[in-house]
Design a protein around this ligand. Structure first.
Ligand code: SAM
Length: 264
């Protein structure tokens, strides 16, 4: 199996977990996309659209003359955004075809890092671009990640979650390699931009860390990576309001399909 995404869109708190991602990264994502193809009249593809905040923003940017195709393995949260401008499709980026040569900008955030089939997915995203169109791939490099204070409980719990995800195909340092992956696919103007935050337990982004742990904790126990006592201890730590988290670093890798500038 090439795609084994561990988080469940049907989990009662999943939309809140995705909102944590949006609270941390949407500002930077909008800035990057506004400089790389998200213009009035553009055709945009958002892959692994999740909660849909980027889709809603893209629809505003491209306007009524533009088009946004939003895909996800489970598109339940983006379906309400369907409109004359926004088309929503259920699609696995590793297995399912996407339109070829149609988009001025193709974006995906925190998706490819999860997929052992990420090479095939990246090839597909490149094929979806028009000549001159921009590919924007955002993924984490977890090297910067850590809690402060960073005791044994926090380290063990964080390592267990990453280990469980790694067993399912996750690459915790894909963000560090993703610029090279774009260059290897013959794109031009290839470069990267990176950003990280230090947030406290009251920041809306902290929901990503607390709810990711909540959702995967039972599976870490089942896999022998944590004990019930570890889970209880970590839940206690997360409920305290005395911690900061140094987030993983989000790397935005950017590159252009060789050929004409679609705006020209
Ligand atoms: C961590 S969430 C990120 C959501 C959104 N991109 C964001 O940054 O706010 C990953 C998303 O990728 C979707 N996903 C996972 N595997 C996928 C696949 N093989 N094809 C398409 N989408 C996938 C999930 O359903 C989920 O919505």
């Amino acid at each position: 199996m090439t795609s084994k995404y561990l988080y469940d869109q049907g989990w009662s708190e999943e939309r809140a977990r995705l909102a944590g991602i949006e609270a941390m990264w949407d500002v930077g994502t909008r800035d990057v996309l506004a400089r790389h193809g998200a213009q009035p009249g553009a055709a945009a593809l958002e892959v692994g659209a999740g909660g849909g905040s980027v889709v809603a923003w893209l629809a505003e940017q491209v306007g009524p003359r533009g088009r946004v195709l939003a895909t996800d393995l489970d598109p339940r949260f983006v379906e309400p955004l369907a409109s004359d401008v926004v088309e929503v499709r259920r699609a696995d980026v590793v297995e399912d075809e996407l339109p070829v040569g149609e988009f001025d900008v193709v974006h995906t955030r925190l998706v490819l890092e999860h997929l052992s089939g990420r090479d095939a997915a990246l090839d597909r995203l490149v094929r979806a671009l028009k000549p001159g169109g921009w590919l924007v791939v955002e993924d984490y490099d977890w090297t910067s990640f850590g809690f402060d204070p960073d005791g044994e409980v926090e380290s063990r719990a964080a390592n267990a979650v990453v280990a469980l995800m790694t067993q399912a195909g996750f690459d915790a340092t894909f963000g560090r390699r993703v610029v090279s992956e774009l260059a290897a696919r013959g794109l031009t103007d290839v470069h990267g931009e990176a950003r990280a935050l230090v947030i406290d337990s009251g920041h809306p982004g902290s929901a990503f860390f607390t709810l990711s742990f909540d959702q995967l904790a039972p599976a870490t126990v089942q896999a022998g990576l944590l004990t019930d006592a570890d889970v209880t201890a970590m839940r206690g730590r997360l409920q305290a309001d005395d911690w900061h988290v140094f987030t993983p670093t989000v790397v935005a890798a950017l590159g252009r399909k060789p050929g004409a500038d679609p705006a020209e």
